[in-house]
Design a protein around this ligand. Structure first.
Ligand SMILES: [Ca+2]
Length: 151
């Protein structure tokens, strides 16, 4: 696969930024591929679909494009999801997911959380949000998911 190269003479930044996003999407895509091939998750329903939506969600809140969701990214995410949290709560949410104790949430940590069996605050919030989003879209096609049907 080709690796896009950032042009240091491009001072406008627009094109370079687009390439950076592309590069980031590719990196996350590679992690998705790892999880797709991981036997641990072979029984997960709609794994492919889930990984794609997690990737989008993750990119949306990796505000500084560092590849990790930091404190501010998480704070904004929770506000946008309609569940604003206090400073203390946010630190607790990070610590539940942050297995490397880096203070930030990497994409792998995010996936381990979303696909793992352990219940934590962020996972519950994101599940409730996806239920709310999917219900109107699937109207007349498939019954909307209910909280009871969640793994
Ligand atoms: Ca971490």
């Amino acid at each position: 696969m080709e690796t896009p190269i950032l042009d240091p003479t491009d001072h406008q930044g627009g094109k370079a930024y687009g390439m950076l996003m592309e590069e980031k999407a590719k990196l996350l895509g590679e992690i998705n591929e790892e999880f797709r091939n991981d036997d641990t998750y072979k029984d997960v329903e709609d794994l492919n679909e889930k990984l794609n939506s997690y990737k989008e969600k993750f990119m949306e809140f990796d505000l500084d494009n560092s590849g990790d969701i930091n404190y501010m990214g998480l704070k904004l995410m929770l506000e946008k999801l309609g569940s604003p949290k206090t400073h203390k709560e946010i630190l607790k949410i990070v610590s539940e997911v942050d297995t490397t104790e880096s203070g930030t949430i990497s994409y792998k940590e995010f996936l381990w959380m979303m696909l793992g069996g352990k219940n934590c605050i962020l996972r519950l919030i994101l599940f409730f949000e996806s239920v709310g989003q999917e219900a109107p879209k699937q109207k007349g096609v498939a019954p909307p998911r209910t909280i009871d049907s969640l793994p």
